[in-house]
Design a protein around this ligand. Sequence first.
Ligand code: SF4
Length: 958
Amino acid sequence: MSTNKTKSNETFYPGPSRNHLAAFPPKERWDDWTELDSRAWPKRVERHYSLVPTTCFNCESACGLLAYIDKVTGQVQKFEGNPEHPGSRGRNCAKGPATLNQVTDPDRILYPLKRTGKRGEGKWERVTWDQALDDIATRIRRAIVEDRRHEIMYHVGRPGEDGFTERILAAWGVDGHNSHTNICSSGSREGYQLWMGLDRPSPDHANAKVILLISAHLESGHYFNPHAQRVIDGKTNGAKLIVFDTRLSHTATHADYWVSPYPGSEPAILLSIANYIIQNNLYNREFVETWWNWREYLELVEGSKGKDFRSFEEALKDLYKQYTFEFAAAESDVDAKVIEEIAKLVATAGSRFSSHNWRSAASGVSGGWSVARCLFMINALLGAIATEGGVYPNAWNKFVPRPIYMPPHPEMWNETTWPREYPLSMNEMSFLLPHLLLEGRAKVDVYFTRVYNPVWTNPDGFSWIEMLTDPKLIGCYVALTPTWNETAFFADYVLPMGVGSERHDLHSYETHDSQWLGFRQPVIKAARQRAGEDVDDTREVNPGEVWEENEFWLELTWRIDPTGSLGIRQYAESKRLPATRLSVDEYYEWIFDNSVPGLPEKAAEEDLTPLEFMRRYGAFEVKRNIGRVFDQPVGDDELFDTREDYWGRVFSRAPKPAGPNIVPLPVPDGDAEGRRFAGVRINESVKRGFPTPSGRLEFFSRTLAEWGWPELAIPTYFRSHVHPENLEKDETILISTFRLPVQIHTRSANSKWLDEIAHTNPLWIHPSHAATLGVKTGALVRVETEIGHFVVPAWVTEGIKPGIVACSHHMGRWKLRDDDGQRQMMATVKLDHNGTNWGLRRESGIAPYDSSDPDTLRIWWKDAGVHQNMTFPVHPDPISGMHCWHQAVKVRAAKPDDKPGDISVDTAKSREVYRKWLAMTRPADTYSPDRTRRPYWMLRPLKPAREYYKLPDEIDGE
Ligand code: SF4
């Protein structure tokens, strides 16, 4: 370490943190970092730390953290940012450092628990891991042997990893993956996928000229902190920021243009911007001509065979001329002049137009996927795709290394998660599970939840309780969780899992135009290994008997097939020591040695093994400046015995080169003679193109047209379920989707620093609206939904559009008994139940209590907010499958007996609403053009073998 320079214009040491004026401890001193003990002040008492990286497991960004492990106590003193992490670059939001609260949380679950009373009765006994594993493994083995594999289901909220558990399920031969995504982000994912075959954008905000966000990225968006810091970089560089949000979010406060549209009208505004660009010939003509599938549109829709691009340009002008600024203003209630100003600004951006739609309107309204589709159309018009300052397709900015084993695709199709009514659904129809089971379609014998709390998070939570408390529907429910939650109360097993500093995971996210790999690790284990100790199992270093999931899944897999006779055990077996279980160290060592280009060489420069390098720095940048992948020529080695079809798609018999990056790309169909799709003909060369059926950007979605939705096959605005014409006179719209910046669903209630900052969720209501109800800030209101109501205090604010109300879903955590659960953020409630009528009433709020943490005696807040999601019926979008969160409600002044937090629901009404929305679908049975359940090219977690895409009557023997 010889580079400790002091002049202000010189770097402190040669590492990534040189960009940050030495705000971070130099990596050369991470083995022994010294700070003065603040508690000893004014004495200068030194404390020595090992600095060990991991990644945050609060939101989905997985920012780098650096654990300061005290060399005397061996415990984590604090978490700060990891400057070596290419995505977060040393920066975190408040939730990152609060990981420490989760480690020391006095209410956390420390030992495996098994239910002894009835489900939900709160009676538990402590069991050993061996007892739990053997019992669960036996059940799973029996289901597999008896060919009841569809009765095994793993339901994940925040995965926090790239594919480990999906491969475990594949090893079991089970199509049992269920995700939360259809209550989260699948609306926008569907819109992006329809255009480019990939479901997320990777915007280059830092280099943009104009940034348009339909999201709250400065406080809570997807890949929030990494993107937020790059939005601010862009603004610092002179970019103009446009934000669409009905509510004055923190992001909106930083905008140059904040527009507050009527919810669901966003596509009308976006198409008016597109129309301005089209009518004034301001689009990138060469890009559109080369990369849009306009020929398909002309021939298949307009019947104009052989017409040229000029014909398409005329058609485009004609198609979009209806989307005037005045039309958009009438639909959105945003001034036409403001929209026109924005359109003119956007048109100046050229290829430096970055945009993002995350949740927001796309997750709120029926047809919300159209928000992302219409937003991305502007990028596609400007040619701002995979350009500096534009938007990159996510999969190209992501690196998922090939693991030690790749089990085959399951040979089955799970109808419970992928029912045939939703053939184009972006993800599993997870939030319909109670309805599907309660109407007798299936049962689940072993049901896992992981980082997931559907009773509280999903709409219609009482239907979840009805399902979970019926042993005929759920045979055995296993909750994998670090902390108590509303769903785990109804489990058979509650198994304690590690938080972000107590477990291993690998991940890579599209934070900017690069590919990086982040490594989450148990920091105390890594510190001890650095000091020369052997630590085999995370239970040796974690509190109580807290385990990590990697080890848990490997051990469970081993016990399901102890002799190897089922062919399952091989995927959990050590290569180094055959007939013994694969260790987590060997698993990651294999990946880092074999699958990450450049890592072994980089590690060798520091005389480290690749695993030691990742343990030391926690992240590795695989590649920078990925660029325009679609425009790359396909190499001759990939072109053998080729055939080119009428649309210019080129098929080849050369096998696809197996690279180390296994990012799951959609697979465009091959040709009828068994060749695979290789690229598209562009003039004299074959280019990689996009992973869509046409190989180009799909202005026209042949998939939508052929699967029953021809009227929506091009980007279109259509009125949503909350359009004014669909509301009754006294109804308003409730927006419930926004996050609080310092909370993160279930995961953060055990973070005392965060709870102190944010512990309430009043109903945002405009003064003009509040006046009609005669309510002031703090007064209680009753919000009536289609299936019940909740009672919440009002917050009168001009930060919300008049006539719309909003309430963050982050609050309202509850527990059924004083001592079970998280006492810093969960109120104790009484659960009432009579037939299909359910209710919750708060019995006590938050109060100081005695614990191992003296701070719990200093708790001053009493509120825990109001749980609203339980009063929402399910609203599955018939195309994307996304739950459409916005809803028509009636807001009234509270009744005399109403108390904050009161909830009332009739689940018979839940069932009616479920059936009403189910009737809007266009099922595969009727609409599939090829007797399959789903277009094979579309993304799907844990894809089954292709044969099982066929509808049952098409499969031999079924
Ligand atoms: S919670 Fe904050 S620190 Fe943690 S990953 Fe998300 S943005 Fe990063």
